[in-house]
Design a protein around this ligand. Sequence first.
Ligand code: ZN
Length: 200
Amino acid sequence: MASLIVCHACDLAQRYEPLATPMRVRCARCRAELLRTGGAGIDAALALCLCALILLAMGCAFPLIALTFDGTTRSATLPDAAATLYSQGYAVLAVLVLATTIAAPLGQILAFCYVLLPLKAARRAPGSEAVLRWVMRLRPWALTDVFLLGALVALVKLSGMAEVTAGISLFAYAGLMLCLAGLASVTGGGQPWRWLETAR
Ligand SMILES: [Zn+2]
């Protein structure tokens, strides 16, 4: 059963034969790589989802940063930081922090679990297509890498004023960033749609 694919570089529509073995499809006209399959499958995607879920829970539960000043140490978790922003009148900023560092990654992970877990048993969850379309739209809003970069800059800047210790949460978010990058790689190039097709 041949599938239709459109080249992202030259717009040529062409057919290819999906194979169970790992394969790389190139455009017949411009040789651009159109898709690569086989390296990692549904198991790898689910393992990355589980790992990301654990790291996200750790990122929320443990302190992000600890500040020692004049002998007193204060630490805060990410939800604490958002709550402080809210209480200081920065409600929009607090919502943005929660949405991009907790809600968007969590939504993405749970949505992939919802679609991929039934696929393990060659079944399709109701509304899989809609959930997949939604998760692809949500993906750019999971800004864990931007958050991590901002936290590291803050860490360096604050180290001049007080003794700063990076918390477990910061390391969990570094791991989460890698997991989400891995998940994006495994599920890139329209791979989940092909998994859905084979479960029809
Ligand atoms: Zn092409």
